[in-house]
Design a protein around this ligand. Structure first.
Ligand SMILES: Cc1cc2nc3c(=O)[nH]c(=O)nc-3n(C[C@H](O)[C@H](O)[C@H](O)COP(=O)(O)OP(=O)(O)OC[C@H]3O[C@@H](n4cnc5c(N)ncnc54)[C@H](O)[C@@H]3O)c2cc1C
Length: 273
């Protein structure tokens, strides 16, 4: 068996550093360190495990500004065979609808595939809509929150190929099955991502990474960037967490018992004890 796998990876600001422009509602990216979306590393790991089990060619795919090339080189350093960047000024301002539409068209451009493996969600936009969105545009089945790939069976390229997997649900696990080609979004339980090797890093620096722009995707301009994005971020608020705390001071040994009594009474009044 030999699978063709596509792994979409997003470059995101390092999460501790996410700052939002209160006026525009967009992320301030200037001067902020970017990383591969941490949850996409699990998707890459899932793809690499499948390659070890069945044989596969893995293509990492990213949509973003030219610097997203770095995310692709990191994916290549982990072991991806190929990588493609989808980049054009016309894509800026894309919401999840336009992003998934553009990525789906890029997937079509890459040729026949068996499986798309995405992260559960991106740590900046955090919608978890892009994976299922790509599947919808491609009209293929989607399995979300996959924690274990049990089996892939059938003959690649033929009819009747399928995937069996476990997915996290609110109550525990579900066993699910879908025909290929399909898209899965994976959760951390799939297994810890491997570290890039030195050999992988060198290979990734030498890898030729093609760039697909709006023209090469032959997409209607109405579907791209802001034109193709019906969602607007109107307002972003940072929730203020206020706690009605109480400061209790132990001044000397004698006051300890009294302070403890007061603490217990206070916690009791809050329903904590
Ligand atoms: C504060 C904020 C609020 C936003 N609110 C909305 C909103 O309400 N509605 C809306 O439609 N958009 C919104 N956006 C825009 C949107 O989040 C992103 O710009 C983009 O559409 C990707 O969505 P996501 O980050 O939520 O990805 P998710 O859907 O969370 O990502 C899931 C997976 O899809 C893949 N993926 C996602 N993006 C890419 C990419 N560019 N390249 C390759 N793979 C990718 C990755 O494998 C990832 O793990 C918001 C952005 C910000 C910063």
């Amino acid at each position: 068996m030999f699978l063709k796998i596509i792994a979409p990876v997003k470059q995101v600001p390092e999460s501790g550093n996410v700052k939002i422009n209160p006026e525009t509602g967009t992320i301030i990216r200037a001067g902020v360190e970017s990383v591969v979306n941490p949850l996409d590393l699990y998707a890459l790991e899932a793809a690499l495990l499948l390659r070890e089990r069945y044989g596969a060619e893995i293509t990492a795919l990213s949509m973003g500004p030219p610097q997203a090339m770095r995310a692709l080189r990191e994916a290549a350093a982990m072991g991806c065979d190929r990588a493609t960047l989808v980049s054009d000024r016309l894509f800026s301002g894309s919401d999840t609808l336009a992003t998934s539409c553009t990525l789906a068209r890029a997937v079509r451009k890459l040729g026949p595939f068996d499986l798309i493996v995405t992260g559960e969600r991106a740590t900046d936009g955090d919608t978890a809509q892009v994976g299922p969105g790509i599947a919808a545009w491609l009209d293929i089945p989607v399995l979300t929150y996959v924690s274990k790939i049990t089996e892939i069976s059938g003959i690649p390229g033929g009819t009747g190929m399928s995937i069996r997997a476990e997915r996290l649900s609110g109550e525990g696990y579900e066993m699910v099955c879908a025909e290929l080609p399909c898209l899965i979004t994976v959760v951390k339980e799939i297994g810890p991502p491997r570290l890039p090797t030195l050999k992988g890093k060198i290979r990734s620096m030498e890898m030729d990474i093609p760039v697909l722009n709006a023209e090469s995707l032959e997409l209607d301009r109405e579907l791209l960037g802001l034109n193709g994005s019906p969602t607007r971020v109107v307002k972003i608020d940072t929730p203020r967490i206020t706690r009605g705390g109480k400061l209790l001071r132990v001044r000397d040994n004698e006051s300890l018992d009294a302070v403890l009594d007061e603490l217990i009474a206070f916690l009791g009044s809050k329903g904590i004890l």
